[in-house]
Design a protein around this ligand. Structure first.
Ligand code: NAP
Length: 342
């Protein structure tokens, strides 16, 4: 830690996303003067390592934000609603991973490769998007700039880690039980996740879409500034430990060949092209795990419709869909001089 760095707090530091925020801060050599790790009474007193040294986890309470300059929140929407006002009152700029404030018109919802300019109007709180929407928007942005997006049909293959640390444990335990010939027990997910596939575990709303699908529609439209973008998402949970994949079909206003799209995506920020037809090597969640970039490949023309492309995406949703995007927002705030140093 350095005296010229920032005083940070990580709310939900013991969770799947919180732990990744610590690793990304280290990996990026983020300027840190001090760091407070906050969680519930379940984890208060526990020690987590940061920059090779143990740091004690403290109880999340309003006074914990005194002197904090940047607060990363990733402890669920209820904690965000309850404690973000205290963090802001203490003078911290808050980057929130929960869904609590994402759709408020005055709150920027940002993926730095997609809409960094939205940070310019922030008033101390920036929302980090839903993980599936964040991963989708990274390749959509350059395609929209080149040919204008008309319609997006996307099917997700979402990993257990998207539902947090306990869901990852549940997948491992169920695989172990299955291999031992025992009956896997489902506690976190509503259905067996090991050796199974099911519709996303969020409630289905009156419009027939589940919460995750509605978030993908609303947040993608907000980040791309395309309120009328036609979208049809289908969100599915698969027995993958980490990193979400998405099969995407995009209809554009103007013609765009697969070759043109491949060339655009090859140089797009935040994208790594994995598109080797000869080796049948395309984006995979195993290869996306631990990567900051979103892997994109299987880019091809829809032979049944004009102006339509299909491609496949895999992105580490704990990183690009959460921790990395949050730290990247903080880096962007510093670069744009939108974070005052006291
Ligand atoms: N997982 C993802 O891919 C992902 C992606 C984007 C956004 N998010 C969002 O990020 C947030 C965290 O998700 P996660 O997957 O990291 O969940 P998680 O693994 O279940 O972690 C939850 C964290 O919140 C803390 N927490 C829970 N209740 C608390 C309370 N009453 N007071 C203080 N701390 C409390 C937990 O602390 P204890 O150790 O004390 O229980 C833990 O640190 C959620 O809002 C989620 O929607 C997650």
């Amino acid at each position: 830690m350095s005296t010229s760095g920032y005083r940070l707090a990580v709310v939900g530091a013991t969770g799947a996303v919180g732990v990744e925020i610590l690793r990304v801060l280290e990996r990026r050599n983020f300027p840190v003067a001090s760091i407070r790790l906050l969680a519930s009474e379940r984890s208060a007193g526990k020690k987590l390592e940061f920059q090779g040294k143990p740091v004690t986890v403290e109880l999340l309470e309003e006074k914990a934000f005194s002197g904090v300059e940047i607060a990363f929140f990733s402890a669920g929407a209820t904690r965000s609603r309850q404690f973000i006002p205290a963090a802001q009152a203490a003078g911290a700029v808050v980057i929130d991973n929960s869904s609590a404030f994402r759709m408020k018109p005055e709150i920027p919802l940002v993926v730095p490769e997609v809409n960094p300019q939205d940070l310019d109007t922030h008033a101390g709180l920036i929302a980090n998007p839903n993980c599936s929407a964040a991963i989708l928007c990274v390749p959509l942005r350059p395609l929209h700039e080149a040919a204008g997006l008309k319609r997006v049909v996307v099917s997700t293959y979402q990993s257990a880690s998207g539902a947090g640390a306990q869901a990852m444990e549940e997948l491992k335990e169920q695989v172990g039980a299955f291999v031992r010939g025992e009956k896997p027990v489902a506690k976190v997910f509503p259905h067996q996740i090991a050796f199974n596939v099911f519709s996303h575990n969020t409630a289905v709303a009156a419009n027939g879409y589940n919460e995750e699908e509605n978030k993908m529609i609303e947040e993608t439209r907000k980040m791309l500034h395309l309120p009328d973008l036609e979208m049809l998402p289908t969100c599915i949970r698969v027995p993958v430990l980490r990193a979400h994949s998405e099969s995407v079909v995009v209809e554009t206003e103007r013609p765009l060949s697969a070759e043109q799209a491949r060339a655009l995506l090859a140089k797009a920020p935040g994208v790594r092209l994995v598109d080797d037809a000869a080796q049948n090597h395309f984006p995979m969640p195993l290869e996306a795990s631990g990567e900051l970039d979103v892997l994109v490949g299987r880019i091809r023309q829809d032979l049944s419709r004009p102006n339509t492309l299909a491609f496949f995406v895999a992105g580490d949703q704990l990183l690009k869909g959460a921790a990395w995007n949050a730290v990247q927002i903080a880096e962007e705030l510093i670069a744009r001089k939108l974070l005052k140093k006291v």
